[in-house]
Design a protein around this ligand. Structure first.
Ligand SMILES: [Fe+2]
Length: 340
């Protein structure tokens, strides 16, 4: 029988020791601090999430989807949801999520300081991160800006057969109509929309398509979100469509937001709040502005140079929550006025 010498035994033990002592015990990634984001924003946010992770060590796990899909998912998951933060476009969508009890109030001095009052929920359940102006756009070879003034004036007879509008069923337009109602009351808002309809607008399903139609001469004026035009001009500076800041002498140009809220049933609430706060900081806001051509909600961040060339403008400062509050009324109004 062969005996193991004490030295060999010791050597074996010593060799084994480091393995035993240093047996890897790093936390599995599931235990690393993490924030789960449901996002219906499809561009310009990854850089900001990465910067947050570098700064805090908190990983950001993103599930992308359409707004309606994420809303239904949050509702169905209720307190079992893995989502800590909801990021979506249009104040109407954020308002709907808050009303359904899917978002929790955040008491954050930082968010209140970073996000102007008209771009956030008065009850602090969601906060605007980027601003999109929905304004008048025109063919710069056939229309002079002097011919333009207000959304209302797109109902003037001079635009008969020359107006393109996106269909009324899309939430961007519902939100704009909701703001018109909030500003003017239903009877006047309906009169304005009837003016547009009387001009027999060409109805188009998409802001980018609407801009292409204006460039192609199908119509001369329309209404679109500014960043669609910026994206086209970034690729084709000769594109013959320009923005006109609507209603500067009166109520200001209609704006909407993309924004975020912390979910009511998220498991990582503290880090979720940190993430939303970070997204409102000048550093993250600059990334949003540079990558998407949207206006930063936080005025401390600079506007993208291409968009900055269009000059500053007066925003309609009605709280964007009106988009949600009056969404149903806007849909009914469009129906009554024959705006399809
Ligand atoms: Fe959009």
């Amino acid at each position: 029988m062969r005996r193991t010498s004490p030295i060999r035994a010791l050597t074996a033990a010593v060799l084994a020791l480091p393995i035993l002592v240093t047996w890897p015990t790093p936390p599995p990634s599931a235990q690393a601090p993490e924030v789960v984001v449901y996002s219906a924003r499809h561009y310009g946010q990854e850089a900001a999430f990465d910067a947050f992770t570098r700064k805090t060590g908190v990983n950001v796990k993103v599930f992308s989807g359409q707004t309606g899909e994420l809303f239904e998912r949050l509702k169905a998951e209720a307190e079992r949801t893995p989502a800590d933060v909801l990021v979506t476009v249009d104040a109407g969508n954020l308002w709907n999520a808050a009303r359904a009890g899917l978002l929790a109030r955040i008491d954050s001095p930082e968010l209140l300081a970073n996000v102007p009052a008209h771009l956030r929920d008065p009850e602090q359940r969601w906060f605007g991160l980027t601003v999109r102006a929905r304004t008048i756009v025109y063919n710069s070879t056939t229309v002079t800006p002097a011919a333009l003034s207000t959304y209302e004036a797109l109902g003037d007879a001079r635009w008969k057969g020359r107006l393109c509008l996106r269909t009324s069923s899309y939430i961007y337009n519902q939100s704009m109509l909701a703001t018109l109602i909030k500003r003017h009351g239903e009877p006047r808002a309906e009169e304005i929309v009837r003016g547009w309809v009387a001009n027999r607008p060409i109805l188009i399903n998409g802001d980018a398509k609407l801009l292409e139609s204006i460039a192609a001469g199908q119509c001369d004026v329309g209404v679109a979100n500014h960043y669609y035009l910026a994206r086209i001009l970034a690729k084709n500076p000769a594109f013959p469509v320009a923005p006109f800041w609507a209603n500067q002498a009166t109520t200001g140009t209609h704006v909407n937001i993309s924004g975020a809220g912390v979910t009511a049933h998220g498991k990582n609430r503290a880090n979720a709040i940190r993430l939303v706060e970070f997204l409102s900081s000048p550093e993250a806001q600059q990334m949003f502005a540079d990558l998407s051509f949207e206006y930063p909600a936080n005025p401390q961040a600079a506007v993208n140079p291409l968009v900055a060339r269009w000059g500053t403008f007066k925003q309609d400062d009605i709280n964007v929550a009106a988009a949600g509050e009056l969404q149903a009324a806007a849909v009914r109004l469009a129906d009554r006025a024959g705006y399809k």
